[in-house]
Design a protein around this ligand. Structure first.
Ligand code: PLP
Length: 352
């Protein structure tokens, strides 16, 4: 596949303060763009990061045919730019695309576009420990037509944004029993824009009450937990790592979730993927067997939860002790990215 490259005349690198990066506000010099029309992907380009022109009648704007991914490029201790399981994100983008009735993107286009983009913008991968280049691949409908039907045209784009260490501290969450993120048969498994739009209002209500995030519950009974904000959720009760199963497609198939579960099993720990009742957390808290609760996702990797509010009662969760599983696994993943531990699962790869 041939990618037409147009480079910026003047890089913005010199004007970026890498010591004060705000998440998602600074973008690297270039972007990758591919277009889908008449049943095929074409016009592969790497060009200066810039605004698009989009038809006012695009189904992306009216009917939400738009999906995205999120992953990171890191610098290891040899100063190489490395990626962590990038094919997982391509596969999931295509799972999202299938559910939203959009075109699927061949892995070769996704990976080749990403690799060449990172090669050109490699100086944008920060060198500071803990920082990374956040990568945002996305796809949106691009046909000029107001009828409600799947678009026949799409754009696939990759933009990147340097990000500093994500440290938000421990998170306070509220178990949400009115609004839902996903229902069985709905689109919870897809990373489509509408899921995030729908979460903003209930999340704002929780923030106004002093919580950082919501714990979503199932749409039928509100008795089972599903996710923590835009992260998957895990708990350790009585030495068993438990997390909601993904088979009902209401819980997003997180790469970090899969990674953490794989590591836990390899380390000989007990893991259960199954429905988790809100009551179970409450009971475990009461009888002292609730060891930890945490969110997992690409942005934070692991976010310890310090407080859970259930029906307006707050429960403190252990989160600072030495030797917690969540801390151990977070440290392992940091070391893995730096190339300090052996990569037994072949998860890391050089970007170019
Ligand atoms: C992206 C996302 C996650 C985390 O997925 P990762 O692949 O681990 O980054 C979890 N839940 C939701 C709702 C998400 O959008």
């Amino acid at each position: 596949m041939e990618i037409k490259v147009t480079k910026v005349e003047q890089s913005k690198l010199g004007s970026v303060d890498f010591d004060n990066l705000q998440f998602g506000r600074t973008f690297s010099d270039h972007m990758f763009v591919a277009e889908f029309e008449n049943g095929e992907w074409k016009n592969f380009q790497i060009k200066p990061y810039s605004n698009f022109s989009i038809s006012p009648a695009s189904a992306a704007l009216h009917y939400g045919q738009t999906i995205f991914e999120g992953l990171k490029a890191y610098r290891n201790k040899a100063e190489e730019v490395v990626l962590f399981r990038p094919e997982y994100n391509c596969q999931r983008l295509n799972d999202s695309a299938a559910r939203m009735c959009m075109a699927s993107i061949p892995e070769e286009i996704f990976m080749e576009g990403l690799r060449q983009l990172l090669k050109i913008d490699q100086e944008w991968v920060p060198r500071k420990p803990g920082s990374s280049l956040y990568i945002r691949p996305f796809m949106f409908a691009d046909e000029e037509f107001l009828g409600v039907k799947p678009s026949s045209k799409y754009k696939f784009v990759i933009i990147t944004s340097p990000a500093s260490t994500y440290y938000a501290g421990a998170v306070k969450v509220k178990v949400e029993k009115k609004y839902v993120r996903a229902a069985e048969g709905g689109v919870g498994m897809a990373k489509n824009g509408g899921n995030y739009a729908a979460s903003l209002y209930p999340a704002k209500l929780a923030q106004d009450q002093g919580f950082h995030q919501l714990v979503w519950t199932d749409s039928k009974t509100h008795e089972y937990i599903e996710e923590a904000g835009t992260m998957n959720i895990m708990a350790v009760i009585n030495n068993v790592i438990i997390t909601p199963s993904i088979e009902k497609l209401t819980v997003l198939k997180g790469k970090t979730r899969d990674t953490v579960l794989t590591l836990a099993r390899a380390w000989g720990l007990s893991v259960e993927e199954r429905p988790i009742r809100v009551e179970e957390l409450k009971n475990a808290h009461e009888n002292g067997t609730l060891e930890e609760v945490f969110g997992v996702g690409t942005a934070a990797t692991v976010a310890p939860i310090s407080l859970i509010s259930i029906d307006d009662v707050s429960y403190d969760v252990p989160h600072l002790q030495e030797g917690l599983f969540s801390q151990k696994v977070a440290q392992y993943l940091t070391d893995l990215r730096l190339g300090l531990v052996e990569d037994e699962n072949n998860w890391m790869q050089k970007a170019f």
